[in-house]
Design a protein around this ligand. Structure first.
Ligand code: HEC
Length: 258
């Protein structure tokens, strides 16, 4: 590193006629000053960028929301992903050992890699390590993002809950537009199901089902309603005839939430 009187190739603009070592300039302050100026320009550009492109805060923390799946910011996703490959008692590999070894290797690179050759092809170990690390970081980041998106989709209304039920978000009845209300199934719904599922299927004692047709087809609906979900929902939803179940299933299958 830069010991006191180290000189590097270059021609100082200041008092260069007094030079004792032509073709070189002192590391301190000449070279470092140039570095600092470039660094300051970068920093200024960065500050301006952040100033004019503010990032909105995410949603407020809500301790009641048990479905929230925490995830680190994108630049830490690769570290987060490593944790998943060391389950149980091996977690210390992911939390401490692997990151520590990688950091130490990086820290000691100036002493480990002392070869004077600069060409990438002539330094297969260093070049290989860099390519491998870059590839791993990109791959792990992508893997973490893909897995997180799948988890969120599975836990929110876009997927199915572990109980096998569709979980639609609760929205005000005024925002729901039921369709095909001229079908006979709609009257059956109003008379027999809306007491639990709400007039607009917005949910009440039973879950919201205003867009159930987006997830379940007529057959799935028919078999679920026929079975019910005792003791919460009676078999056939309280209906007595099988053809009524069929009609209400036909109508519900049309409700796709838009
Ligand atoms: C006594 C109240 C009650 C009545 C009446 C009732 N349901 Fe339900 N329904 C529920 C409850 C509670 C659930 C949630 C079941 C569970 O959590 O196991 C449910 C679940 C459902 C589901 C699945 C919802 C989802 O999110 O996956 C459908 C579809 C459904 N009901 C349709 C009907 C239809 C159609 C009728 C009328 C024929 C009806 N229900 C009548 C209480 C009721």
């Amino acid at each position: 590193m830069a010991a006191g009187g180290e000189r590097i190739p270059g021609t100082p603009r200041y008092r260069h006629h007094q030079l004792r070592n032509p073709g070189t300039e002192p590391f301190l302050p000449n070279f470092l000053l140039k570095e600092w100026i470039v660094g300051a320009v970068f920093l200024l550009a960065f500050i301006l960028w952040v100033w004019f492109n503010p990032v909105d805060l995410g949603p407020r923390a809500n301790p009641d929301d048990t479905s929230f799946i925490p995830v680190p910011d994108w630049y830490f996703l690769f570290l987060y992903q490593i944790l998943k490959y060391y389950p149980g008692q091996y977690i210390v590999f992911g939390t401490v050992l692997v990151p520590l070894v990688a950091t130490l290797l990086l820290l000691f690179t100036p002493w480990l890699d002392v070869s004077k050759t600069r060409h990438p092809y002539k330094r297969p170990l260093a070049t290989g390590a860099m390519v491998l690390t870059t590839f791993l970081v990109i791959w792990l980041t992508n893997e973490a993002a893909v897995q997180h998106r799948a988890e969120v989709a599975a836990a929110s209304g876009q997927g199915q809950l572990s109980a096998g039920l569709v979980s639609l978000p609760k929205i005000p009845a005024s925002q729901i537009h039921l369709t095909a209300t001229d079908m006979p199934g709609y009257q059956i719904f109003e008379q027999n199901c809306s007491g639990c599922h709400g007039k607009s299927a917005e949910g009440g004692f039973g879950p919201p089902i205003y867009a159930i047709g987006k997830y379940w087809d007529e057959n799935k609906l028919k078999s679920f309603i026929t079975q019910g979900s005792p003791p919460k929902m009676p078999p056939k939803g309280g209906l007595s005839s099988e053809s009524d179940v069929e009609k209400v299933a036909q109508w519900l299958a049309q409700q796709k939430g838009s």
